[in-house]
Write a protein that binds this ligand. Sequence first.
Ligand SMILES: C=CC1=C(C)c2cc3[nH]c(cc4nc(cc5[nH]c(cc1n2)c(C)c5CCC(=O)O)C(CCC(=O)O)=C4C)c(C)c3C=C
Ligand SMILES: [Fe+2]
Ligand SMILES: [Fe+2]
Length: 343
Amino acid sequence: MAFIYRTPRTSIPETGRTGVLLVNLGTPDGTGYWAVRRYLSEFLSDRRVIEAPSFIWQPILQGPVLARRPFASGANYARIWDREENASPLRVYTKRQAELLKERFAQDDVPVAWGMRYGKPSIAQAVDELMDQGCDRIISVPLYPQYSATTTATANDQLFRALMRLRGQPSVLTVPSFPDHPLFIKGLEESVRRTLAGLSFKPQRLVVSFHGLPKICVEKGDRYRDECERTVSALRQALDLTEEQVPLTFQSRFGPMEWLQPYTSEFVSKLPEQGITRIAVITPGFMADCIETLDEIGNELREEFIEEGGEEFALVPCLNDDSAAIDLLEDLTRKALKGFSVE
Ligand SMILES: C=CC1=C(C)c2cc3[nH]c(cc4nc(cc5[nH]c(cc1n2)c(C)c5CCC(=O)O)C(CCC(=O)O)=C4C)c(C)c3C=C
Ligand SMILES: [Fe+2]
Ligand SMILES: [Fe+2]
């Protein structure tokens, strides 16, 4: 392998310089078949996401899955696309979070960049951007409140893959997950209270829906489920509500395997027959609204609930570009900066 030596546009100061890298999942560049296909192909080829051997999975992925899914997913993306920015909400909010965090560090000489695990801007581009500003240290913040090998670990893998190219590597600190960080829980609590205050009805349940994961991943040691439970317990405590009032569910099954249960869609569809016809849903597995929250929950789940006899449905927004989100990111980063000190 030929290692690259890139002369940074700004040389590294003698005292060193630390940059912050926000990493999110990634999203397609457009809603058309080829843009969505490119994205899904990269995402679903990741062995951290689908562990099946490539010689079995790749013919299935490149054949029936990618022949059909980009059409359906593209139509779903089209329903939530930010037409002003011509980008998906996940990209819009991740960029905004980085811009706002940059303002918080304006006096500290700490540059901020953002990159995506799949698609653009890549993590390698973001690393180059920080190194061009003279950074020899990088604090990477995977934007996943709960750890999973399918998200956090693969974001870290990709960062180290980007460093594999370089002759002059920066030092790296990866920030751990933050399932019950007080500022995260405070942000969620405020978001719930604000949403409920704007409703004309009082929800009988606040359903907490996390992205799902194949059950086998947890059986093999992924700590994701435990971390989801930590988030929901802390939120119940903050709102002074019970397990029955604030149930935990998992959305987004993919493929034939069993995923973590209870499934959001089955759980919510059965509520009207139990006399629960007014609900709110919160999705604290996501730092930013995306197809999973706006379409799968905000559109599809809402329709299913109403079809089954539900009457009122509200979606609590993710933290997005709220000051609560930036307070949290700033706190995580400032603590990491201390951990990076060599003095
Ligand atoms: C085997 C498949 C998948 C696993 C495992 C998985 C884990 C996982 N994903 C997120 C967060 C997000 N996923 C998003 C979209 C998405 N996820 C999958 C599949 C798996 N995810 C697919 C196929 C898609 C694409 C959408 C679709 O075609 O239906 C997104 C949103 C991206 C966007 O552009 O808006 C996020 C965020 C977590 C947290 C997680 C494990 C815990
Ligand atoms: Fe996913
Ligand atoms: Fe989904």
